[in-house]
Each structure stands twice: as C-alpha cells, then as structure tokens.
Design a protein around this ligand. Structure first.
Ligand SMILES: Cc1cc2nc3c(=O)[nH]c(=O)nc-3n(C[C@H](O)[C@H](O)[C@H](O)COP(=O)(O)OP(=O)(O)OC[C@H]3O[C@@H](n4cnc5c(N)ncnc54)[C@H](O)[C@@H]3O)c2cc1C
Ligand code: FES
Ligand code: FES
Length: 1386
C-alpha cells in the first residue's frame, strides 16, 4: 500500500496521504498552507521570487544540510522527510522580525516587495552555510560570510525596482569583513554624522533558526527502520515511484502498468523550468532513492559522480581544499568547479543534477555548459540500458541518437590528469608524435553570457585542455595534445573541433598558424539555421581560442619571446600578463584579471541633503510596511486566500496577427476533465459590451473575437479548478482561424505608412515646433540629412504578473481585487462590459508587485475578463497570468523609427533639427496619444536652434503598446544623444564637448519649454553638470582612459555623460483623511502604492499637516497614520498612478484634507488648552467626537495653472569597459546627480533614482525584445529576456539627491523622481559608443583598414552580440592577417 508524504514547513508537520505528483512545493505552500511568502514570479527557476530553504537530515552523521531551492520547480513528492523554511519561518510581526528582515527594511532594500522574501531566503541560505564552515568565529552580530559571498548570494534573484545596490548593502552588512562605513544610506545611523558599527544593526545570531525540527528527525529514523523491512517503492496512490535500486527501477519500467503511460523520470525537476509542461504525466519516477546514482568516489585516476549528484555538491567536491591533489588535478577540477558556479543560480544548482543536465544536452539539444566542460576534461559516462551497462566517452554519448526514457545515466567520471593516468587517458585526447616527457596540462573554460555570474545560458561556451612543451629548435611552446570543446552555440550538442586540434598540434603557434586555425574554426562552429546571432557565436569561438593560445604564441605581443615553458610554469603561462612595447599591461591573457572588475565588490556613495522645514516630511524614514514585505506577511492580490468554490482562469490568445476566429476548442485530453469551461465574447451579458480597456483616446475589445487584430490578443478564458490546470488547458486550446477576405496584416511602421494606417493625435496633445527650421538650416555650415534610428520595445517585467480576483455579490454587484495602477478605469470598464452601473463595481487595490506603467491600462483586460467569468459563472474567479502569457499580451514600450536631418556650425553648435517619427502604437490606441508630446519634450533637452517634426502614430497588427516608465521620453532622450554623437563624429569632435555646446541657456530653455521652465533659479542643470564633472573627476579619468586604451588592445574603456530635462504634469487627485475615536488616522488617496513609496510620503505629509496643532511635533502622529487600500466606492476620481507626480499630488490632497481638520480642531484645542493647561492628541480627538466635530475630510486637489507643469533636471557620467573578444560590457562606474527639490523622503527618492537608472540600463543595454514574423514576442520568459541583475549594475554607483531648496509652486517644494532618472542610463550607452570608437581606432591602425572615423549608430539595446558586431566580428582574424602580412614584408 502507498506510503504517506511527511515533511515540515516552518516547524509545522504536514502529512499527505494523496497528492497529485505534478504539484510543486510552491503550489502547495501557496494554496494549502498559510505561508504565502514564496511568490510565483516566473515558474522557470529564473527569478528567485519563490526561493525557500530546504533542509535534509542525515541520521547517520546526525547532520542537517540546508540549501536554497526554487520552490516553483521542486516537486512536492520529492521532499519526503525534508523541512522547508520560508521567510515567515525566520520571523514575523507577532514574534519579532529576523535581522534579515530588519536590515532589508533599514537599508531601504525593498520597494514593491515582491522579490524580497526570495531575496531574504537566498541570503539566509548563504549565511547558514557560511556559518557551518570552519572559518574563525566572527564578531558578535556578524556571520562568517564574506562580503563577496554575501553579494553573490542574490546573484540569481531578480528585482525590477531597487536597482540592487541597497539589497547588496543589506546582504553585506552581515559579513565580518565589511567596512561598515561603505554601506549605503540606512535608518540605523546617519551617514557622516554617526558611527557606523554593528551594535546599531539588528543583531544576527548564528543558528537561531531551527531549520529541521526534532520531531521530524525521530520520525525519519523510525520510518527508515520500517522501510528496511518494506520493499514497497511507490507511494501516493502509485503515481510517484521511488525505486531504491536500478533493478527495481527497471522492474517498474518494464511492467505492463507503465507500458501505455506517460512516464517522467525526475531528479531535481529543474528541466521543467526549461521546457514548460503543458500536459500531465501518468507516472513519476524519482531517481534520487537509488544510492548508486548519488555516489561520489575519489579514485586514483579521477573522480566519479553518480548522475543524481547535484551541481552544487559536485562544485564542493571538486573544490575540496583539504585534499592533496596533483597540480594538474587541482587545475582541471577547480576550473570545472568555477565554471559550474556560473551555471544557473545557487537555488537551481542545489537541486539540478549533473545527469539531468547531460540528458537534456543529449536528448533535447539543451545548451549545456556541463557537457562542454566535461567533454574537454576527457570525461566518460556509464549508461544502463535495460540489462546492459555501457561505458562511453562523453563525446560518444552526445553523438548517440537521443536516449529514450528507459536509458539511465548512472555515473560520470572525470579524469584527474595527474601524470600517473596520462598514458591511460591518451585515448581521450588526440595525440601527435613527439617527445613524451615533461608535459603538463593547460586547462581553461570560457562562457559568453549576458550575465557574468550566471542565471543566463551562454551564447557559446568552450573548454580547452592542452599539454605543451618547448620546441627545442625555436624555443617556443608547442602543443602536443589538445582538446577543444565548444557548446551552446546552436549546434546539436557540444563538440570537439578535431580538425582544428590536429592543425594546431606539434606546431609553433605563429600568427599564420593561428589564422589558419581561426579560419578553420569558423567553418567548424556553424550554428543551425534560425539560431540567433549566429555569426557572433562563431566569432566567440575564434576569440576564446585566440585568448587561450595567445600567451603561447610566437611574436603576437612582446615580450613573449622570453617565455620559457617548463612543466611547473604551465599554470603561470595562462596568467602571464602580456607586456607590450610601452610596458602597459594587456589583460587579454589573464582570464582571472579579466573578471576583476566584475567580481570585485560593488561600491557606492549616496549624498543626500535633508531638510527639516516640514518635519517629518524630508526625513529618510523607511518605507511603510517594509518589514512585512520581507517576512512574507504583506498581502498581494494572489495572496488573498481563495474564497470557497473559487475557479481559476487563463487566457487563450491568438497566435495570428489578423484573422477571423472560427472557433475555440479546449482539447479532449485527460486535462479537459480538469478544465471546466470556456468564457468568450458570447458570454458577455446582454446590455454589456466587448470592451477590455479604455482611455480618453478610445476603447479596446476584451476579446479579439470574431476578429483578432494581433498575435497575443486575448480570444477567451479557460476556466479550471486550479490555476495550473487552467494554464495547461489554455496552452492546449485549439483556435480555428480564417483569413478569408482579409488584407495582409500591418506588421511594421513602414507597412502602416504604405497603407495610411494611423491613429489620430488629438490637437491639444500635438507638440509645438520651435523657431523657424528653414532659417536654422540656412545658418548651418554642415548638414546631415535623413539619418535613421530605430528602437524596439521593452517589457515591464514587474515581478508580480497581472492578476485579479473577482467575487460576485448580491444584486448584480461585484468586487474585484486587482493589481493595477488605475482602479477607476477598471471599475468603468467592468461596468461597461457587464452592462451594470458603475456603483455595482467595487475595485480594491492594496499593494502592487511592480507596475512601471504596465499595470495602467494593461491590467484592465485581466480584471475585466476575471469579472466577466465570475459574473457569468456566479462564483469567485481568480486569474494570475503566467509569465509567458503576460509577456506575449502585455505590449510594452513603443517601438519607433526616426529619420532626422540636422544642421550645425563648424564649432558643433546645432542650428536646426527636423525629425520624422513613426511610432508603432500597436492594434489599439491605449495611451499612445501622449507619446508625441513626451518624446519631443525629452528631445528638447538641447538647444537645437530650430526644431520641427512630423510624428505619426501607426496603427499596426502587433500587441498594443502602452506607457512604460518614461514613455516616449526615454526614446526622445536617446534620439537627442544620438544626434549629438552624429554631429560630433561628422566634425571629428569629442561628443561631450558638442553636448556642452548645445545645452540650454535659461533664455533658450524658456523658448523651448515655455511656462514649464520656471524661474531662472530653478534651472539647475548647468550647475549639476559642473558639479558632476568635478566630483566624478571627469577630465582626469578621461586622460586615464586614453592611457588605458593605448595600452590595451583587447579591452577598451569609454566615458560619457548625459543630461536630462524632464517635464512633468500634475493631475487632479483626491485625498481623504479620517481620525478615528482612538486618535488613529486613516488616509485614502487617489494614488496606488506600487513600491514607489507613495504611502510613506503620504504618511509623512499627514503627520506634518496635522502636526500644525503641535508645532513641537510632540504627538508622534506619524505612527498613528495608516494609509488604506484604494476602494473605488470609497474614494472616487482616483485616476491613474502615472507620470511621476502621483505621490506629490496625493500628498497635497492629503495635506489639504488635514488642513480642513486642523481648522475644525484648532479652536477646540485652544479652548481645551486654556481649560486643562495642555491637551493630548487622544484627548483632543475624544472631546472632538463628543462635541460632534466632523473628523473626516476630503479634497479633490486641482493643481493651479502656475504649478501644473515643471521641469526636472539631472545628469550622469558613466564609464564602461568593453571586452573586444566577446562584446561583454562592464559598467565600471556611474556618478549621478538628480534634483529632487526638497525631497519629501530622500531615501525613497534615492531608491527611485537608482531603480529607474538600472531599469534604463536594461533598456539601453540588456533587454532584447524579439518578435516573430507574425509580430508576436518570442522573448517570452526569463530564459530569453534578461533584465539587469546584481552583477550587471555599475560596479561603483555614486548618487547625489540634490536639494535645490524652497519653491512655493511645488508640493512642499518637492520634485518628482519616479521616471526622469531612467533617461540618464543613456550615459551608459554613449560610454559604450566611446569605447567602441577606441576599438575601431585600434583595429583600423592595427589592421591597416581605416574605419576609425566612420560614423556608426550603436543600436539599442547594446547587447553583447551588438557590441561585438560594432567592435568587429572578425577582428582576431584581421589582426592575425595583418601580423602575417607585416611579418612577410619584414
Ligand atoms: C533557470 C535555469 C538556468 C539554467 N542555466 C543553465 C546553464 O547556464 N548552463 C547549463 O549547463 N545548464 C543550465 N540549466 C540546466 C540545469 O543544469 C538542468 O536543468 C539540470 O541540471 C537538470 O537536472 P535535474 O536533476 O533537475 O533534472 P530533471 O529535471 O529531474 O531531469 C531532466 C531530464 O533528464 C532526465 N533524467 C534525469 N536524470 C536522469 C538519469 N540519471 N538518467 C536518465 N534520465 C535522467 C529526466 O527524465 C528529464 O527528462 C539551467 C536550468 C534552469 C532551470
Ligand atoms: S518563480 Fe521560481 S524562480 Fe521564478
Ligand atoms: S522590490 Fe524587488 S521587485 Fe520590487
């Protein structure tokens, strides 16, 4: 009979007699327990939102092993007798928070908070494991973790809000080797004023959390005794099998029961993050119960790993420091371990097995790193095929036809390469004739991936093993044996480049030999058709081979002639820094040095100026509710417990850009029994409309039925009994299309122009031209005509995807909990769709897990579909859109095409600019009407002399584009920089001096921005730039960079700055303040808390305004204020939280409401003061209620004409380094100054500035948004869409929040901070252009081909392949060819 599944969560025992074996740990935690801390961010192992600590107990050693795991991939059945700790298990609001929670709060390391529980658990796991090491005990309050490890602990976790710097600081605060003074702004000490020391931090105590309860240990021991007597290997109704021997496994596999079944073998189940499962398996077989598969054996000639050994365990073993190893063995094993350390993330590696990885590489052509590095190390594998056991070289294994489910990978053997075994391993490496003594091994591995520390598969990986000797005649090294392995480049599997190996062996490595090898390698590394960036991948292969061989080569760089290769020196060869003629260090040869910048600890400085004018406004207090965000107690929409009878919905979307929908069939598989019904356009009630969203510009249909107008448009919703079944059923649904009588779809702006397919731009939103273009052009000495620029889209990547819960109520009413930025729009849309009055619809929004504009209008169809389903079915319906669907449907930033003509003087002063702008708005208008004005407003940051434009909003058959943080402005800011660069290039001038020449004077500012320009004293951009250039030592660094570039051929640096002028608009906003009988204060505002700190600022303002009754601030009103959730029936006219100004307008509405209350209470207070000497707040309120004073007040704040619009200023300088061989960039340093007026809360504003800047880096550098021929996005998950991570942000990040003082026209003198700083990330892009210029200069002189001065327009985003392409895909070959030709001439 089946056994039961027993485990603990946060010390609580769970026992399950039956469970669907496809259930993940995350699904169970979130739906069957009260622990909602772990969140679903991707379901792919790619974001870390779901991370928990999994502890296993070994009764033999009495040891507990803890590791972080992604609970979204971990199958529940595989945690029998394990203990799970979630962030709730560390601490909570009732029993006290853990120091991790408190430090995250105090370092301002959580904004929307959706990533925070996962971050906390990744850190907790790292602390727990560091504390178990034998390192010396740290001082009290610290862990044994190092700062480097602390920073790396969160390398696999994504955060879209903070920009990571404060999170890294919170993590590093636990490390004993941290310099506390280096930690960033926090609430524990006042930087620069108070001593930073550990006593000020919430104390961390090693081992204070019990991760494995005693009861489970005893139960486990007891059960093991019983199990010994039982041969029953299955449990949970025989769908989950856990054989304990290979024989038992085959008994099952060969049984009739298994014959017709869909069987899944699992170890870590992480493959389900790679290949999403859209159907159910009948039987699951867990291989971890077979001891032979988990064995690790050190043998004389190498190490053997059972196939189920996890990557993390393998790393530990390979790095094992205590063991005596031959230097060859240590080199090979440690390099393999270092490489494995970059596979996925810690929480994936802790579950992922070596065997699972190799099977995926063999069977599914997975772009494995492990296959490549083990191939180069000459590894073998042992396979079990029914009763046959087979040992194959890894190469033979990979070349076999794909293994079937009955082939088991048993073990993997890696030879040690110590001299004793070399002869016997000869078969694994190609050999040449020659001397056979005095060899030693060279081994190196490489990977080119978007993220240096992992969590990204590589474009190409490779590993090389060689034995070298000195050629007696020439005195140069020659290679006697060589293995060159390449993988992940888009071939079927990792391969050895045998022809290249043969070519290189036994030869002195001259330039001509290397050139020949490079040419041959390019022909060998041929990605399959349809592989993205295929020439880039081939060029990487050449680059890495060159990098490996260059230190051994003859006459490539001086003074290699002095090389003297002896066996003991081999390791040094790889790390020998090349010295070129002028004695500078060229870092090409040293991979470890190359990683220097990336691996070094992040450093940062924050300069924050406080203002006490409106205390407690202006204080950098921590964000409201931040501790409960960290402890997992904060409730997001999907955390609201499901009401009884709740059903779940998932969208079926169109995959065609323009088609009639003929029908939708939910497939008749076993899954269809779980999928209950389908809701489509026909289900819209009489009197309702097929409307899914609206704005002042028009409406958009809820369902693209009967006509779908873009791929990714919702067609209907499948309803099922769980969210997982709904996802699966929706993915399996068959949509029947017809294109009869339809024109071809419009998929590009060019098509739209041809077919005149445009949206009308309302006249009041059309931007105004400035000056007279023909005069401007006439004044010009030079002209550039019709240059072109293009942008693709950017996805919001809020960590919480779109979600809603709809609950039908009596009398045709409905309540909808929705994660959104615009509750009133949802209310109105639902009412229209259902044909009911607005007051029947209550939309409630408390907390949003990130919005960035994507939860403005794009959340409306989700809430509306959910409401329609609930209304139709008469029961609650919940929808939590899966990441892929969200990415496909959400739209994002507007793609654009721009043509510009610019006239300018010889000194760089621009006299006239004309732009033709085509904006791809997608299938519906959404808020695209604002784009032209926004864009032109950002372009106007320079004085163009005269400015004119023609802007068209193209209506196309791609997903609707909406407002994303800095909508239109970010593109506009970049267009301005691109034009400046073009002019500079034309004139052969430094781009930064052209920038400076074209900055506005106050007079030109007024001409371009009219009423928004404010007074001359408000124009702070010029002083900001002066301060920034001096604080960042710009000119000195420019010199240093020139010197660096002259010394380094294969790494180049660039520095650049960018200014921003950003116009914002205040909108009318309501606010309501109520004082309850006990003196507590409840506040409602029109704005939504998205993580931007709106509630925190509102609280501060309420305390300040009510504090007018107590000038001395004695009543501590701040702690009495609670901002409550938005409710469309309680506070109306809330509007949309957007445009950066909702915080301040909400604050102003609250301030005015408070003023009403102060007026009502003032005279009462005065009379009570007279009677009683002085009166407390509590007493005042009590008396006021007794005297029937109205203690609730609301306002609808309408900004005055003179304060409706103002300009924001900031500037940033960024320095980057480009790796010429791979196109990888490292942002070495960014300095940024941003004018926040008198900040309402400098900590909150600093968070907005840093977070926006890093999101901007994503747009300019990282996030490649790829669409297919039907216009549907194919970068549809964490695998293909790479937002910045902690290892891709500036290594040094210095930010100043400038206090530009009092201004009565603005809300308590404050300025906006949410969007403008994003635009400053253009400085990173322009710095990359500078570095590329240096590359092109170098290689044009090195290769005699002059393209140094020719203008290039670096694309956005400047991803690795793009940067490499601009550096030159063939610069290694060109360089070698040049050397060959000059040597021949010589
Ligand atoms: C987010 C993420 C990022 C990743 N990044 C990288 C990366 O950069 N580089 C890289 O190389 N890999 C990467 N991987 C892949 C990862 O290494 C593999 O998913 C993992 O090693 C598979 O091991 P598993 O135990 O989880 O296998 P499972 O998911 O349990 O199984 C995988 C497949 O292998 C079969 N299988 C497993 N073990 C055996 C066996 N012993 N015999 C026969 N069949 C077996 C299973 O039936 C299944 O088909 C990443 C994975 C994730 C989720
Ligand atoms: S939800 Fe598990 S890693 Fe993203
Ligand atoms: S705080 Fe990290 S995603 Fe919002």
């Amino acid at each position: 009979m089946g056994r039961k599944l027993v485990f603990a969560v946060n010390g609580q025992r769970f026992q399950l007699a039956s469970v669907d074996p496809s259930t993940t740990l995350l699904e169970f935690l979130r739906t069957q327990t009260k622990f909602r801390g772990p969140k679903l961010g991707c379901g792919e192992g790619g974001c870390g939102a779901c991370v928990v600590l999994l502890s296993r107990y070994d009764p033999d050693s009495d040891q507990v092993k803890e590791s972080s795991v992604s609970s979204c991939l971990t199958l529940l059945c595989s945690i029998n007798f394990c203990s799970v700790t979630t962030t709730e298990g560390l601490g909570n609001s009732k029993d006290g928070f853990h120091s991790i929670h408190q430090r995250f709060a105090g370092f301002h390391a959580s904004q929307c908070g959706f990533c925070t529980p996962g971050m906390c658990m990744s850190l907790f796991s790292a602390l727990t494991n560091a504390d178990k090491t034998s390192r010396p005990e740290p001082p009290s309050g610290f862990s044994k973790i190092t700062t480097f490890e602390a920073e790396k602990a969160i390398a696999g976790n994504l955060c879209r809000c903070t920009g990571y710097r404060p999170i890294a600081d919170a993590c590093k605060s636990f490390a004993a080797d941290v310099d506390m003074e280096d930690l960033g702004l926090n609430t524990f000490w006042k930087k620069g004023e108070e001593d930073a020391n550990i006593d000020r931090l919430p104390q961390y105590k090693q081992g204070e959390i019990c991760t494995f309860p005693e009861f489970l240990k005893s139960e486990m021991k007891c059960s093991m005794d019983m199990k010994e007597n039982s041969k029953d290997a299955s449990f949970l109704g025989c769908r989950w099998y856990q054989p304990s021997t290979i024989e038992e496994l085959y008994k099952h596999l060969n049984s009739t029961e298994f014959n017709e079944s869909r069987v899944k073998l699992v170890v870590g189940n992480t493959a389900s993050g790679v290949y999403r499962e859209n159907s159910l398996y009948d039987k699951y077989v867990d291989l971890k119960g077979i001891p032979e598969l988990s064995v690790i054996k050190r043998e004389n000639d190498g190490i053997l790993f059972g196939a189920a050994v996890t990557i993390s365990t393998a790393i530990e073993e390979l790095k094992e420091k205590g063991r005596k190893m031959h230097p060859n063995e240590r080199l090979v094993f440690s390099k393999i371990a270092d490489h494995m350390d970059k596979v996925a993330s810690p929480f994936v590696r802790n579950m992922a097995s070596l065997g699972g990885n190799l099977i995926m590489a063999q069977r599914n052509q997975f772009a494995s790193d492990i296959a490549t590095i083990l191939l180069a190390a000459g590894s073998t594998v042992c396979l079990q095929m029914a009763s046959k056991r087979l040992t194959l070289s890894l190469e033979e294994f990979l070349e076999k036809p794909p293994c079937d489910v009955r082939t088991i990978l048993v073990s993997i053997f890696i030879p040690s390469w110590s001299p004793a075994i070399e002869e016997s391993s000869e078969a694994n490496i190609a050999s040449v004739s020659g001397p056979t003594s005095g060899y030693d091994v060279l081994f190196e591995t490489y990977r080119a991936a978007p993220r240096p520390l992992g969590n990204a598969v590589s474009y190409l990986n490779c590993a090389f093993l060689a034995r070298a000797s000195v050629d007696k005649n020439s005195g140069y090294p020659i290679l006697l044996n060589l293995i060159l392995a390449f993988g992940a480049y888009g071939g079927e599997h990792a391969i050895r480049a045998r022809e290249v190996e043969n070519l290189l062996m036994g030869k002195v490595l001259t330039a001509s030999v290397l050139l020949e090898a490079s040419n041959l390698l390019r022909k060998t590394i041929r990605p399959k058709e349809d592989t993205s960036h295929s020439s880039y991948r081939s060029s990487l292969a050449v680059g890495f081979l060159f990098k490996f061989l260059q230190p051994l080569a003859k006459d490539l760089t001086m003074p290699e002639k002095n090389f003297h290769v002896v066996a003991s020196d081999v390791a040094q060869i790889t790390e020998y820094p090349n010295r070129n003629n002028n004695g500078c260090t060229d870092i090409l040869a040293s991979d470890s040095e190359q990683l220097d910048n990336r691996d070094s600890i992040l450093s940062s400085k924050q300069f924050v100026e406080f203002s006490n004018d409106y205390n407690p406004v202006g204080e950098p207090i921590k964000k409201t509710a931040v501790e409960i965000q960290a402890s997992g107690e904060a409730i997001y929409v999907d955390d609201i417990p499901a009401p009884e009878d709740c059903l779940y919905g998932a969208f079926v979307y169109s995959t065609r850009p323009l088609a009639h929908i003929k029908g939708v069939k939910v497939n008749s598989t076993p899954l269809s029994q779980k999928a209950l019904t389908y809701i489509g356009a026909n289900d819209i009630p009489k009197g309702g409309e097929n409307v899914g969203s609206f704005s002042i510009f028009g409406t958009e249909p809820l369902f693209g039925d009967p006509l779908t107008e873009c791929a990714g448009q919702a067609v209907g919703v499948v309803i099922a009994e769980t969210q997982k079944y709904a996802y699966m059923a929706a993915k399996q649904a068959d949509v029947e299309y017809s294109t009869e009588n339809l024109e071809p779809p419009i998929l590009s702006v060019e098509d739209a122009v041809k077919r005149s397919s445009f949206f009308e731009i309302p006249p009041y939103l059309r931007p105004q031209i400035v000056g007279d273009l023909s005069n401007g052009m006439a004044e010009a000495d030079h002209k550039i005509l019709s240059a072109e620029l293009k942008f693709s889209s950017q996805y919001y990547f809020y960590m919480e995807t779109q979600t809603a819960l709809a609950i039908p109520d009596e009398d045709n009413c409905i309540t909808v909990y929705s994660s959104n930025q615009s509750p009133p729009i949802i209310q109105i849309t639902i009412a229209k769709c259902l044909g009911i009055p607005h007051h029947n619809v209550r939309v409630i929004t408390r907390r949003v897990g990130g919005g960035f504009g994507g939860k403005g209008l794009r959340s409306v169809p989700v809430a509306t579909a959910c409401a329609l389903a609930a209304f139709r079915l008469g029961c609650p319906v919940r929808m939590y859109v899966d990441r892929k669907t969200d990415m496909v449907m959400a739209g994002g930033r507007h793609p654009m095409k721009i043509n510009y003509s610019v006239g300018f003087k010889s000194d760089g002063k621009i006299t006239g600019l004309h732009l033709d702008i085509l904006v791809n708005a997608g299938m519906s208008m959404d808020v695209s009407g604002i784009i032209p004005n926004n864009m032109v407003s950002a372009i106007k940051k320079y004085n163009w002399g005269a400015l004119s434009f023609d802007i068209k909003l193209c209506r196309t058959n791609v997903s609707t584009k909406s407002a994303m943080r800095g909508p239109g402005e970010v593109q506009g800011a970049f267009v301005a920089e691109a034009i400046i660069e073009h002019v500079a290039s034309f004139l052969s001038m430094d781009a930064n001096s052209v920038r400076k020449k074209n900055l506005h004077t106050y007079d030109s500012l007024v001409l371009f921005y009219k009423d928004s320009a404010g007074d001359v004293s408000e124009y702070t951009l010029l002083p900001i730039i002066d301060e920034l250039t001096s604080a960042a030592s710009y000119f000195k660094r420019l010199e240093t960079i020139c010197h660096f570039n002259s010394c380094n051929k294969w790494r180049k640096r660039g520095i650049s700055w960018a200014p921003t002028i950003y116009q914002v608009l205040q909108r009318p906003t309501p606010g309501k303040v109520s004082i309850l009988n006990d003196g507590s204060i409840s506040v409602e505002v029109g704005g939504i808390e998205l993580g931007q700190g709106l509630w925190t600022k509102v609280k501060q303002v309420a305390a300040f305004a009510l504090g007018e009754l107590w000038d001395d601030g004695s009543q501590n009103l701040l702690n009495r204020v609670r901002v409550i959730q938005a409710d469309t029936l309680s506070l109306i006219q809330g509007g949309m939280t957007a445009g950066s100004t909702t915080s301040e307008s909400s604050c102003e509405a609250v301030r005015l409401s408070c003023n009403i209350l102060v007026d009502r209470l003032k005279s009462l207070k005065e009379s009570l003061d007279k009677q009683m000497g002085s009166v407390s707040w509590d007493n005042l309120i009590l008396q006021a209620s007794l005297q029937s004073v109205n203690l609730s007040a609301n306002t609808y704040w309408i900004p005055g004409d003179d304060s409706r619009s103002y300009l924001n200023y900031g500037a940033a300088i960024s320095e980057v380094e480009v790796d010429v061989l791979t196109g990888a960039i490292t942002i070495l340093r960014t300095d940024l100054i941003y004018d926040c007026g008198q900040s309402l809360n400098p900590a909150v504003d600093l968070g907005q500035i840093e977070g926006a800047f890093v999101q901007g880096i994503g747009f300019f550098v990282n996030e490649e948004y790829v669409i297919n021929d039907d216009g549907m996005v194919v970068s549809d998950g964490t695998w293909t869409y790479k937002i910045p991570t902690v290892d891709t942000i500036p290594r040094q990040f210095n930010v100043k929040v400038l206090n530009s003082g009092h201004n009565k026209k603005r809300v308590l003198s404050s300025k906006a901070s949410g969007e403008p700083p994003l635009l400053l990330a253009a400085s990173v892009h322009t710095a990359i252009s500078e570095a590329i210029k240096a590359v092109r200069m170098e290689f044009s002189s090195a290769t005699g081909t002059d393209n140094s001065t020719s203008f290039f327009q670096l694309e956005v985003p400047a991803t690795m392949p793009v940067v490499k392409e601009f550096c030159g895909l063939d610069n290694v070959e060109k360089y070698l060819a040049h050397l060959v030709s000059t040597q021949v001439e010589a």
